[in-house]
Design a protein around this ligand. Structure first.
Ligand SMILES: [Zn+2]
Ligand SMILES: [Zn+2]
Length: 346
């Protein structure tokens, strides 16, 4: 029997504990044992570590990752063994109304999310800040082509797949989109829209360093506000990926009649803002909230990386990998905002 190495988060202000933990018997029906080759620090992990988001403890954090399949249980395709894979961050039942009727398996009544579940739920191999993760029977597993490196794929099952879903919600390409926020969500959104044929994508951020990457993703950077480069009432679509309610008024102003506003970033309670309802009604706007994604979006994310991955500046986005045992230092580095993602290697 092999031992996995796990990092265990015990609470705000406490360092991670590193423990050896038995991997256990062969995977059960539908399960898939994966050896993690690379994980990355998502903003939501940092929210938990810094106490802005509460969750159960102790917990193995980390939901973004890539790895190689070591073993599968009955019912899983045996051809997965030995393959490098990515997987949906949500495990869903497949039978509830969210799963079957509403195209929202990420809101499943029996939802399990990697990196969010208590340590004592199941085998304990529940997160990616670890040498191994045990994928459950309701998790979609996608093999990765060899041309898609670990660095390209590591955040595909969070930021990239989420933006694939946000872009899908728009239907066909338009002329002009504005993205509020030049983090990884915004940059991926920019590349996805340009590939689909959108003529102009303007990306707004308050941080000049983050805006430096925008042109590499096919967009036009705008510091602090898009108003100087986008006339009021002309954007076909606006994406909120900042998490800041303060940007909503500008987004509504920029949209054209029957424009579409995709809200993706405000995944925390500090997202209160004032909204003048008249603007939404008179311009016949559509506002859509999006949280996580469905399995087809992860498939499309992998295909996007296969087509476009080699062109994107990963060495400027993803930090050199820190060892798992330096997870506290990885969190500190993530806090500086120097990298879109800090990478962790078990
Ligand atoms: Zn994430
Ligand atoms: Zn369900």
């Amino acid at each position: 029997m092999i031992d996995a190495r796990l990092s265990v988060f015990q609470g705000v202000g406490q360092p991670f504990a590193f423990v050896a933990h038995p991997v256990g018997a062969a995977p059960g029906p539908g399960e898939c044992l994966v050896q993690i080759s690379l994980a990355s620090v998502c903003g939501s992990d940092l929210h938990t570590v810094d106490g802005r988001r509460s969750g159960p403890t102790p917990v193995v954090l980390g939901h973004e990752g890539v790895g190689r399949v070591l073993a599968v249980g009955s019912g899983r395709e045996t051809g997965l063994v030995g393959r490098r894979v990515t997987w949906t961050l949500a495990d869903s039942c497949g039978v509830c109304r969210c799963c079957r009727e509403w195209d929202l398996p990420q809101k499943c009544e029996r939802l399990f999310k990697y990196g969010h579940a208590p340590f004592h739920d199941g085998t304990g191999l529940n997160g990616t800040y670890a040498s191994h993760v045990l994928l459950r029977a309701g998790t979609t597993v996608r093999p990765l082509p060899e041309t898609v490196t670990d660095e390209m794929a590591v955040s595909a099952n969070c930021a990239l797949a989420t933006m694939v879903g946000a872009v899908e919600g728009l239907g066909g390409p338009g002329e002009l989109a504005v993205i509020q926020g030049a983090g990884l969500l915004g940059l991926y959104g920019c590349a996805l829209l340009k590939e689909l044929g959108w003529r102009r994508v303007v990306v707004v951020d308050t941080n000049p360093a983050r805006l430096e990457l925008v042109t590499d993703f096919g967009g036009e950077p705008a510091l602090n506000s898009a108003c100087s480069v986008v006339p009021s009432g002309t954007a076909d679509a606006v994406f909120e990926v900042t998490g800041q309610g303060a940007v909503i008024a500008e987004g509504l102003d920029l949209l054209r009649p029957r424009g579409r506003y995709q809200w993706v970033g405000m995944v925390h309670a500090a997202s209160r803002f004032e909204l003048v309802g008249e603007v939404v009604v008179r311009k016949c706007l559509t506002i859509q909230g999006l949280h996580n994604y469905v399995p087809r979006h992860l498939g499309a994310a992998v295909e996007f990386l296969q087509r476009q991955g080699a062109r994107l500046p990963w060495e400027r986005l993803i930090s050199p990998a820190l060892p798992l045992e330096s997870l506290d230092a990885a969190m500190a580095l993530a806090r500086t905002g120097r990298w879109a993602r800090v990478a962790v290697r078990p």
